[in-house]
Design a protein around this ligand. Structure first.
Ligand SMILES: NC(=O)c1ccc[n+]([C@@H]2O[C@H](COP(=O)([O-])OP(=O)(O)OC[C@H]3O[C@@H](n4cnc5c(N)ncnc54)[C@H](O)[C@@H]3O)[C@@H](O)[C@H]2O)c1
Length: 436
């Protein structure tokens, strides 16, 4: 089978490479010509563990190609995945410009039956819009004799473990209104069916809504434990023991109960706001998720107060920030809590020295007046405090004596609770974590 994946970013590249790994012929399309030439030259434009090997292997095997030509890619494909960005507008609603653009191109060049699948995270009922745009473009191009189906196949991969998540997902969700599309998509995913991955085959709006519901629920869990952590600090309780005991209750589960500076990344902030926004349009307010959005914003500020208390003011202080990506094992800094914290500290007059193992290139494009350092020890040099903002493994095993010697004052704000507070106090640090 031939498929096309339109949009070769975190989702599109992983999807394309992994389908090629299943033995399918994949053409990945991107309108960013520079990205496409880098991929054609064998360079992987993002940091994602395990991705480079499978891209190289499948390119060599002739199963994976890259192009800027959507028309050529779609014409030989039976299935067209849309994996383009769906960024938030300032009011939180979803900007569907990129999705619309792909739908129009598909309609304009339709030359045979195609299954058009949204993998991008889109508001419920976007498939109706995609269908209408394809129909309009198809009519304008005089190609009404060619049929197509629209399906939804939301993606649940997590950056940092995206390849593993794609090849061994918790579930595959397929939303389609006709049996032909379902059969083709089942066939495409057959290798996962064979390893007994659960399949949820449902109608299109249900599939579209599953993604937002799942992400909003996970964001709610994080926010819930963050607010409990803030309470723990006031009453002398330890949030780790609270979270662990909560999580041991099988009805609750242990995951996503780690307190920190609030959720970030390219998905949770955007998807929670989008759910609030489109639900309002349907006249069904999502009060819980609205509160989550608000509380997450407050959590960022809470972190700034925490640092400010430790350093006795921020104006004129020099602060080392370790970690800039929104989570470990990725170079993605979109809506990263660490980057937001750097900005807020700067706004209050602090100077920043920072280090991240993978995200410095991306951060250089976003942050101004920051000193980018070669490692954690260089970042700590001469600082009034050190902030652990992202829990990269290499920050879990710092030589703390070296860090203390490098810092001007032995002050650490551990926003990811990597270290044991008692141990840190014994080592002579003025240390604070979150909720303990
Ligand atoms: N990143 C994640 O962890 C993740 C997980 C699940 C779902 N999603 C969703 O997947 C979608 C894509 O996210 P991403 O992180 O991969 O985005 P991304 O920005 O990394 O990649 C998107 C790519 O699409 C390209 N593009 C835009 N318009 C195009 C067009 N008309 N034709 C061809 N290429 C085009 C861009 O140049 C870019 O390279 C979003 O809806 C996102 O919410 C993301």
């Amino acid at each position: 089978m031939n498929i096309a994946v339109i949009g070769t970013g975190y989702v599109g590249l992983v999807t394309g490479a992994c389908f090629a790994e299943f033995g399918i012929h994949v053409t990945c399309v991107d309108k960013d010509a520079d990205k496409v030439s880098r991929l054609q030259a064998g360079e992987i434009p993002i940091f994602e563990p395990g991705l480079e090997e499978i891209v190289k292997r499948n390119v060599q095997a002739g199963r994976l190609e890259f192009t800027t030509d959507t028309r050529a890619a779609m014409q030989r494909a039976l299935v067209i995945f849309i994996a383009v960005p769906t960024p938030p507008r300032t009011d939180g609603s979803t900007d569907l410009t990129y999705v619309d653009e792909v739908a129009r191109t598909v309609g304009e060049h339709l030359d045979g039956y195609k299954v058009v699948v949204t993998k991008s995270t889109v508001p419920v009922r976007t498939a109706d819009r995609v269908k209408r745009l394809i129909e309009e473009a198809r009519a304008a191009a005089g190609r009404e004799q060619f049929r197509f189906s629209v399906a939804s196949n939301p993606e649940f991969l997590r950056e940092g473990s995206a390849v593993e998540d794609f090849l061994r997902p918790d579930r595959v969700v397929i939303g389609a209104d006709d049996d032909e599309a379902v059969a083709i998509l089942r066939d495409l995913y057959n290798p996962l069916y064979l390893i007994e991955v659960p399949f949820v085959v449902t109608n299109v709006p249900t599939a579209e809504l599953i993604k937002h519901a799942a992400n909003a629920f996970l964001a709610t869990k994080i926010t819930f434990i963050n607010e409990i952590a803030n309470l723990c600090e006031e009453v002398g309780a330890d949030v780790h023991d609270v979270a662990r005991s909560m999580g041991l209750d099988g009805r609750i589960g242990r995951k996503f109960l780690h307190p920190g500076p609030g959720f970030g990344g390219s998905c949770f902030p955007k998807d929670t706001r989008a759910l609030v926004s489109f639900s309002r349009e349907f006249g069904v307010p999502q009060r819980v998720v609205s509160a989550v959005v608000e509380a997450n914003e407050a959590q960022r500020e809470q972190m700034i107060h925490k640092i400010e208390r430790l350093t006795d003011g921020l104006d004129g202080r020099t602060i080392a920030v370790l970690g800039l990506s929104y989570k470990p094992n990725t170079d993605d800094i979109r809506e990263s809590p660490a980057v937001e914290i750097v900005r807020r500290l700067q706004n209050r007059g602090a100077r920043i020295r920072c280090f991240d193992p993978q995200a410095m290139n991306n951060a250089r494009r976003e942050l101004e007046a920051v000193e980018f350092c070669g490692d954690a020890y260089e970042a700590a040099q001469g600082c009034d405090a050190l902030v652990l903002a992202t829990e990269w493994n290499e920050f879990r095993m710092l030589d703390l004596d070296r860090i203390r010697a490098a810092l001007d004052k032995p002050v650490i704000a551990d926003l990811r609770n990597i270290y044991d507070p008692n141990e840190m106090k014994r080592k002579g640090f003025n240390y604070t974590g979150v909720g303990r």
